[in-house]
Write a protein that binds this ligand. Structure first.
Ligand code: S5P
Length: 451
């Protein structure tokens, strides 16, 4: 494809940006007006536009495409035709008759949908559209936008945990148009002033520091985790998804100094033996001052969970500092984890997960009110009163071909206000796990510190 600047100039010739004085929907007066609808009347340009938009996304992760009505509808259609990802149609208003559906087309609950928008200003229309799609239990994680007017909408959506991919920014466009003499110096200056003066004000929610969270923490395990993070300047939890005692101990020894906790799936250790596996692991944990997080994801009635937690060959209650548990069994099912911290699974990282927005909200209510719960595992921002643990973090991969979906450390700390990132294969499958652990630790701490 030609480069982006040439492509933009081709689009510009169709009259998509006008200069002068225009009153916007919000009532404010703008020195320019953007209308991308002409792009849809030129099939060659529309096709190229679809390719540019698709190029910004890891396409394997998506099952559906939807455009925000109306201007983005042809764009979404073109993207669907180019990628073979099925299209769904979002209505502006539900029909008064018939099915009264807001979303038309063929879809299933739990599918991942790319949302397409022509221009983003304050993000208002996206903020209205997203819940209507999520109410159908369709997941929206990524939004592609042709033009960002740089008035704060992108940032608002990113703070809510959506990834926003924009093809053109108005500041870039002004630069191109000035360089090609399409606008005068004074026009360029007026537009720049307008952008600077009209960013939508939003109260950027400051994330709480580990020190502030430590002050607020009530549970002893939450306190210990936060203290460890501050002392070791690390927010990294390594997931030791290895299958033998030797590998587990070797891995714990190598990465121990860089992590706040080691996450285990103890039931995948094929030669498990309490004396030979757990006792040395505990020693390594003490030596390197990290906690043990057993990722058992309990998901049963309280009585069964109690047996799974305290009995069997693993006797998790004898060694784990904290465990993961689903909230699916309800508030009382978590009462049995008395002496450990519980991290409730609020939403999952895998493609097609059923942890829809309504489920997430109900699970979060349980987590917030239960005294044993110290935090949640989630891919969305959660309440400040809980610690947020985010898996699905990798510096090099976007997915694993088995449904896992990855974000970068920067993304999870900046956009989700994650407290602890969980990294598995990014570390234990690397050639040098110790070096990789250090790399992730630095990336995580820098991302946190820059906020
Ligand atoms: O939603 C989730 C919840 C968890 S706890 N997604 C996850 O991937 N996990 C766990 O995090 C998963 O069981 C695995 O142990 C780890 C991620 O491993 P990675 O190799 O994909 O980084």
């Amino acid at each position: 494809m030609e480069n982006k600047t040439e492509f933009f100039l081709e689009c510009f010739k169709l009259g998509i940006i006008k200069f002068g004085r225009f009153t916007l929907k919000s009532g404010i007066e703008s020195p320019f007006y953007v209308d991308l609808r002409p792009l849809s009347s030129n099939p060659k340009i529309l096709k190229k536009l679809a390719d540019y938009l698709l190029e910004m996304l890891p396409l394997d992760n998506f099952d559906l495409i939807c455009g925000v009505p109306y201007a983005a509808l042809p764009m979404a259609t073109a993207m669907s035709l180019e990628s073979y990802i099925p299209l769904i149609i979002k209505r502006k208003e539900a029909k008064e008759y018939g099915t009264k559906k807001l979303i038309e087309g063929i879809y299933k609950k739990g599918q991942n949908c790319i949302l397409v928008e022509d221009v983003i200003t304050s993000g208002k229309s996206l903020l209205e559209t997203i819940p209507e799609i999520e109410n159908e239990e369709i997941f929206v994680s990524d939004i592609v936008v042709v033009l960002d007017r740089e008035q704060g909408g992108k940032e608002i959506l990113e703070r809510k945990g959506y990834r926003v991919h924009t093809l053109f920014k108005i500041s870039e466009i002004v630069k191109i148009l000035r360089e090609t003499n399409e606008i005068t110096e004074s026009e360029a200056a007026r537009i720049k002033d307008f952008i600077a003066g009209n960013a939508v004000k939003f109260e950027e929610k400051k994330r709480l520091s580990y020190e502030q969270k430590l002050e607020n923490a009530e549970h002893s395990v939450a306190k210990k985790l936060l203290k460890t993070a501050i002392d070791k300047q690390s927010n990294l939890i390594a997931s030791a998804d290895v299958t033998s005692t030797a590998e587990l101990l070797n891995f714990a020894e190598k990465v121990g100094q860089h992590i706040v906790a080691l996450k285990t799936h103890i039931d995948i250790i094929s030669d498990f033996d309490f004396e030979k596996t757990i006792l040395p692991l505990k020693k390594i944990a003490e030596k390197h001052r990290f906690l043990l997080m057993e990722d058992r994801k309990f998901a049963d009635i309280g009585n069964t969970q109690e047996l799974q937690f305290t009995k069997g060959i693993y006797r998790i209650s004898d060694w784990a500092d904290f465990v993961t548990a689903q909230a699916i069994g309800g508030f009382d099912s978590l009462n049995v984890f008395e002496n450990v911290g519980v991290v409730a699974i609020l939403s999952m990282s895998s493609k097609g997960t059923l942890t829809s927005v309504p489920y997430f909200e109900e699970a979060q209510k349980i987590a917030l009110s239960h005294p044993n719960v110290i935090g949640g595992v989630s891919q969305k921002p959660i309440s400040d009163e809980l610690l947020l643990f985010t898996p699905g973090v990798n510096l090099n991969e976007k997915g694993d071909g088995k449904g896992q979906q990855y974000n970068s450390p920067e993304y999870v700390f900046k956009n989700l206000h994650t407290d602890f990132m969980i990294v598995g294969r990014g570390i234990y499958q690397s050639e040098n796990p110790e070096k990789s652990a250090l790399e992730y630790k630095i990336a995580g701490w820098m991302a946190y510190s820059e906020l």
